[in-house]
Ligand binder design. Sequence first.
Ligand SMILES: [Zn+2]
Length: 510
Amino acid sequence: MRKIFAWFALLALVAALGAGAQNRSVAKGPNEDGTKPALVRIAGEGMLDSHAYQYLTELSDDVGARVTGSPQAQKAVEWGLAKMKAIGLENVHAEKWQLWRGWTRGTAEAEMLSPIRRPLHVDAMGWTGSTPAGGAEGDVVAVNLFDLDGEMKNMSRLTGKIPLIVMRGEPNKSFIQLFAQLGDFLKAAGKVGVIAVIGGQGGGKSAGMNLTHTGILGFDADFAVPVVSMTAEDQGQLERYLARGLVPRVHFNVQNTFTNGPVESANVVGEIRGRENPEQVLVVGGHLDSWDLSEGSTDNGMGSVCTLGAADAIVRSGMKPRRTIRFVLFTGEEQGIDGSFAYVKQHQAELANHLGSLILDNGQGPVRSFQLGGRDDLVEAFKQFAAAISYIREVKVDDKVEDGTDTLPFSMAGLPGINMDQDSPDYQYTHHSAADALEAVKPDVLAQDATLMALAAYWIADRSERFASPWSPEKTARMLIAQHEDAMLKAFGLWPKAFSDMEKRDVNTN
Ligand SMILES: [Zn+2]
């Protein structure tokens, strides 16, 4: 039997290879579609005379941390506008949008009082609250993220305590559902008066090396209860005490401030207008906002300066694409991908003329793949582009949806929200931590990433055939379901009504 199955598998493979060869003859790459001379010039500017690292140095050291809605973020917006103008982009402007609420970090101190006395290393998670002035002390109690249903049955036992989020046994839900449920837990914990919650991003533990990792605990989610990220080393010690039946006692003093109402933010926009179809637009971008434990050089200074570096290389090459390349530095990514959701809303009438978006936001490493945001119809064509850049770097191409950055609103609009995925093993340390500084970035890797962004952008915008048009909401919803994105989007209330209506129609007709 196995041999027969192997034989059928071989037949299927031969057929698939044949189909691939046919597709290849249809999908033209830079060697056949006339874009190569321009790409050669852009690659030369990008690789031999990159300005991306200079931009990142300025953004890191002269602007620094830039939390959305803060004065520093406004300074970053002004810096981005000035940079785009200096590069020579057209139509440079800021597009304002509103964040539901602003937040400012104050102090976060923790001291273990028993079984031994020593300071613990913590930082507040973003958009979480404060202890009483001067702080308060309490016993640490383990709360199992994998059984929040059980833990939440008796919340009053946590009054005056310090819940420590742990993961024991097997998860009873998907991680996305657990993350959403953690929000319910934090609300309930605030109501019963816990002192503070120890739990990092998604309720998880830090990566080690004595680093804390801040971040938001949902999409546009704020919590009255203070929640802290603790270093893995300190948290591990507390966990060991609890496992031995000891009850650590800890004093916390955490002070943060919220604004009373919404705060203003803005995306930064500049263009290279298309020479033939200026109304057709490819968005190229990264997010300008960062967290505030360091300079935000990797998250997402990298994406911001790749965007600017790509724009600069194309402008200096003197080449003009057929269609418009719109460079966008988004803000509010860290609070719930807010800037790019605002962009898609503000440009609703123009979306039919969009070709997609090209985004880089996975740290400091070299690009390893282009993920085409659900658009399987574009994979074969994009592989021709990947083949043409293979001597700069070997990159893979797939149709995966990246739901953790500014690609998502575009994929939800039926457009290819293209994620330039990177090989960034050290990102687990620099992500949202005090180590997210310029030291983590290698200038040669950055120059290559920016150049690959410039080449991909120019190729998409300039090829004679239009790269992509938006899919219908029906087709888009089906794609998101097939890629298992619906559970996350529903858990966080992001699943659009048009998609639910389609699902109801499907149920009714079946
Ligand atoms: Zn990011």
